[in-house]
Design a protein around this ligand. Structure first.
Ligand SMILES: O=C(O)CCC(=O)C(=O)O
Ligand SMILES: [Fe+2]
Length: 259
């Protein structure tokens, strides 16, 4: 197929994280495309049928970017309010790392993953997506239709997240957990499949610009703040290198970035 993933790349139509012929695959067909900044697009992998798909996806991610930036701005405010009790440095002594973070999200990388979970005759024997933590800063998820499938791990139990018509679900990724020095949590989540109904979700992963190092906010943890950083600061490429060298996108990843 023209839009199929090519060897060594996650982009295009196919399956996520196929590493061996023996592995059990998730019950999920995906179309994964890099959408922002525009120069990272591989248009040869973007379907041109229907004819307005490409234009629609461009507009869609631009609007998702606006949303992500405004949500993160409020989250950063909330984080500083929570941190006040923790004696954050908001006296200008530290560079305005929070502002840098939000600006960098505006110039950041946005990937769209369209998940199609076909009906499965034995849904209890498969996973739509195996449990994982997103490695983005935030993830914006749109569910098409009212078939439930998303589960979030809460207090050690899987909780169904019921679809809400017209809603955009905001999920936090590991970068937000690291940047907030653990104030915000990136939840484990998974997708289950249905015996009779197909399910479709459109997921936008939002990342800061790769020039920004990934680490806790300096306003929370810098010299004039009293809260020590609990995560290391690493370059963007080390962050991804680290992730792709793990077996699974799960808790050990965040733990391994702890100081
Ligand atoms: O389809 C869903 O509800 C979850 C999708 C998801 O977690 C992902 O694509 O990372
Ligand atoms: Fe996810």
């Amino acid at each position: 197929m023209r839009w199929a993933q090519r060897p060594g790349s996650l982009e295009g139509y196919g399956h996520a994280f196929v590493t061996s012929e023996e592995q059990k695959l998730d019950w999920n067909d995906i179309l994964f495309l890099k959408t922002l900044p525009p120069d990272c697009r591989s248009y040869d992998l973007w379907p041109d049928n229907p004819s307005h798909f490409q234009r629609a996806l461009e507009t869609y991610t631009e609007e998702m970017r606006e949303l992500a930036v405004s949500i993160v701005k409020y989250m950063v405010k909330g984080m500083m309010m929570t941190a006040d009790g923790l004696e954050a440095a908001d006296d200008g002594a530290e560079e305005d790392h929070n502002k840098l973070f939000c600006e960098s999200l505006r110039r950041g990388n946005y990937d769209v993953r369209i998940n199609c979970y076909p009906p499965c005759p034995q849904p209890e024997r498969v996973m739509g997506i195996t449990p994982h933590v997103d490695i983005s800063a935030v993830t914006l998820l749109v569910e098409c239709g009212n078939t439930p499938g998303l589960h979030v791990l809460k207090d050690g139990r899987w909780v169904i997240v019921p679809p809400v018509d017209g809603a955009i679900l905001v999920n936090l990724g590991a970068i937000m957990q690291i940047f907030s020095n653990g104030i915000y949590k990136a939840p484990d989540h998974r997708a289950m499949v249905n015996k009779y109904k197909e399910r479709l979700s459109i997921v936008t992963f939002c990342y800061p610009d790769p020039s920004l190092d990934i680490g806790p906010s300096k306003q929370l943890t810098g010299e004039s703040a009293r809260t020590p950083p609990i995560y290391k600061t690493v370059t963007n490429s080390d962050y991804f290198h680290h992730f792709f060298n793990l077996k699974q996108a799960h808790d050990p990843f965040l733990d391994s970035l702890k100081i």
